[in-house]
Design a protein around this ligand. Sequence first.
Ligand SMILES: Nc1ncnc2c1ncn2[C@@H]1O[C@H](COP(=O)(O)OP(=O)(O)OP(=O)(O)O)[C@@H](O)[C@H]1O
Ligand SMILES: [Mg+2]
Length: 503
Amino acid sequence: MALEPIVLAKSISKTFSGIRVLDNVNFDICTGEVHALIGENGAGKSTLVKIISGVYFPTTGTIAVDGSQVHFRSPHAARGAGIALIHQEPLTFQDLNVTENLYLGHTRVGKNPFLNWTDLYRKTDDLLENLGVRMRSRDPVRGMSIADQQMIEIASALSQNARVIIMDEPTAALSHGEVTTLFEMIRRLKEQGKAIVFIGHRLDEILEIADRITVLRDGALVGECPTAGTTTDTLVHMMINRSIKELIVKETVPIGEVILETRGLTYPGQYYDINIKVRKGEIVGMAGLVGAGRSETASAIFGTQPAFSGEVFVRGEKVNIKTPLEAMKKGIAMVSEDRARTGLITAFSISFNMTFAVLRNIVSKFGFVKSKKEDELVKKYVKYLNVRMRGADQSVRELSGGNQQKVVIAKWLLTESDVLILDEPTRGIDVGAKMEVYKLINELAKQGKAILMISSELPEILQLSDRVYVMSDGHVTAEFNRDELDGQKIMTAASTTRHRSVV
Ligand SMILES: Nc1ncnc2c1ncn2[C@@H]1O[C@H](COP(=O)(O)OP(=O)(O)OP(=O)(O)O)[C@@H](O)[C@H]1O
Ligand SMILES: [Mg+2]
């Protein structure tokens, strides 16, 4: 198949405050093709696509569209040339319906009170049908899953005649079923002659969806290869310049008394009658599909959104936790799923964000102290998790997505609590850093922490857990000990539904 490049980015370099984050990178995007872009956290993937889609201007290098050089001054200009970047966190308006979201962004409503809405609703329905999604033009956006909101963004791009659709980690927040739907849609777009750029960390997904793969390392191009004939091993090697020998090694740790227990936790519509126990030194996995109620259960334990009824016990003592601060005082820490929103103050420095939770504890006891020990701990975790940064005083906003997540993880590890709730701890983290996080989780279990780990990644659950609860549709549908763990059994229990259909 002769592919013609729509976009040709040549010798792109980008410097932020004197630091070069992209160095002489070439990248082309062709019609009817899915071109994947992979690399470690901080390798420069998002920066490259932001340059192509008009968010940033390159320091040096050129971009040509259909053979002519362009200088996009804004994302709007890039959209005009048919290039759309789909954000990982969808930028939808919650109070509007699907059609309003599609057209209000790019139609001059203020200047045109005579918009033919009947026509727009019909157009939207055609578009949605063409995409193969079940949503309808008049559906309200509030309450929609991330996956559906992403579809709206894609539909919006198409309604503006986008020819190049760039997706930066689109599957990070999606369940397995939702990924399948997204992939079907991507294939359909490809058949219609659209060009797709796909950024991701899950290599099995990359191998499934991409036609061609480009690898970046430290801002430089490592290579480009067709997917056919490429293996995970080759890709890992290209990404991190070493191979990962053993995947995850689970260490055997003596398991002690029950530290965390819930009895009958219920929040109608979200979760029902949750009875779980986590012991000292134990890693308890919480498997299930996105939307099964796992994060909501965790929020109840951590006090972000208390349960409607039911009880929580810490070391056998009944606790009444209504806020995260109360949870922290009881020795519970949580790495939340939605790190960007609940985990970080991005305008502040890395070291501030890491020590913030610790400081609050210290403040209550001794007033504001910043100890040398903290500085050392920050240094230790930054090194351990290989956070890519200029220095610990750099603002978190300037870090790559994956490196921001490492900061949140470090923040909670620093609190040195007894119970650690990890909600999707390795989402958006590259393969190398994942192994570091796994080592850390093992290490924390060894130190005697009780760990509750929510994960949608089956290998992670299978390899690290001492015991696993499976949730589906708000209920715990199965419990397995380590010696009974089996991927198939977990998947079956995860899709046992009572009244809601699986997406
Ligand atoms: N606005 C900015 N100011 C300063 N540095 C930045 C800025 N944006 C990105 N960087 C730096 O550029 C480098 C590349 O970041 P980028 O976000 O492109 O990485 P990435 O490959 O997308 O990583 P991830 O997989 O973690 O999302 C990082 O070291 C990051 O800290
Ligand atoms: Mg990124």
